[in-house]
Design a protein around this ligand. Structure first.
Ligand code: PEP
Ligand code: MG
Length: 323
């Protein structure tokens, strides 16, 4: 079994009917790139930068961040390296940061996390943005913004990126002028009203972990409700499919970087929805590739169209068996 998977490493990730599928890796720290190369991932779809900020007393400086991002950009040698801006708060706490100030947050998952935190702390955000831009000179870096719900959050972020670019130009520091900025779709409000996102962002990545949490009102860290955390809930499926389809119509690439992307039992469902970019823990890539090479995208699209019309969980699961 292991060696069969190993042979898949060099196989092309494409369906039986020739649809190319990009299998990208999620990483948390620069040292994870070893594993990424081992499975020959198509690039990095999600670098969770908050891990550079966690478990320490001092914040990483701009130069320290640059070093981390640059080493990954260089190691990937021209393949896309999607680096997410700081997603701190809720399930990812950093003691070097006082999330929400001194106050106790009444509900961290609904509080000042991710892009909300960064926009409230522009100095900290600018430091990271400059480091990301500087790293973009050394590879194909893309910036991914988490937890967007409002158009003004995108606009403020893009304005800060422009400001960081101006600062670097003035200091004659090189960066990729054409760097792409994308956004995470992980709040139902964003998935429901995608037009303004598609207009302003160059790519989207669906964060199913949070999308499920916020759609079903289940704290992803609370074991007492974990049995209600259901990726196959029809409301979740429709939000995901709608996002993939809206992206295709607008010609804005859409990936999934939440846990669903790395679950081989869901690969055919997602291909049938039209997904062509999956980002997951590197250890899952070959198993997912095995599903990709057995898939008939055209046939799956027809079956999944029918599945998405179903409301009854048992019927959905029945159809899932036959994908
Ligand atoms: C997600 O929410 O699905 C995601 C990829 O981000 P994180 O798990 O880091 O919140
Ligand atoms: Mg998330």
């Amino acid at each position: 079994e292991r060696s069969k998977l190993k042979r898949l490493k060099t196989a092309r990730a494409a369906t039986l009917d020739g649809e190319e599928v990009a299998l990208l890796a999620n990483i948390e720290l620069p040292q994870d790139v070893g594993q990424v190369k081992e499975v020959d991932a198509a690039g990095i779809g999600l670098f969770r930068t908050e891990y550079l900020f966690m478990n320490r007393d001092e914040l990483p400086t701009e130069d320290e961040q640059l070093e981390a991002y640059r080493s990954v950009a260089k190691a990937l040698a021209g393949k896309p390296v999607t680096i997410r801006t700081l997603d701190i708060g809720a399930d990812k706490q950093a003691r070097a940061l006082r999330n929400g100030g001194e106050r106790q947050e009444p509900n961290p998952a609904l509080g000042l996390r991710a892009i909300r935190y960064c926009l409230a702390e522009p100095q900290l955000f600018m430091t990271q943005l400059r480091a990301l831009l500087r790293a973009s000179h050394y590879g194909r870096v893309r910036i991914l913004v988490p937890m967007l719900a409002h158009v003004h959050e995108i606009e403020q972020t893009l304005a800060l990126i422009e400001l960081a670019k101006t600062q670097l130009r003035e200091a004659r520091v090189k960066f990729d002028e054409g760097i792409e900025v994308g956004g995470m779709i992980e709040i139902p409000a964003a998935a429901l009203v995608l037009g303004p996102f598609l207009k302003r962002l160059r790519f989207l990545s669906i964060g199913t972990n949070d999308l499920i949490q916020y759609t079903l009102a289940i704290d992803r860290t609370d074991e007492a409700v974990s049995h209600l955390y259901d990726p196959l809930h029809p409301a979740v499926l429709r939000l995901i499919a709608g996002t993939i389809q809206a992206g295709a119509r607008a010609e804005v690439p859409v990936a999934i970087c939440g846990e669903m992307a790395g679950d081989p039992t869901l690969t055919h469902l997602l291909i049938g929805m039209g997904l062509r970019q999956f980002s997951m823990h590197p250890s899952q890539i070959l198993e997912v590739k095995q599903k990709v090479v057995m898939a008939d995208a055209e046939q799956l699209a027809q079956k999944v169209t029918r599945l998405l019309r179903l409301d009854e969980p048992e019927r959905i699961r029945e159809l899932m068996e036959r994908l």
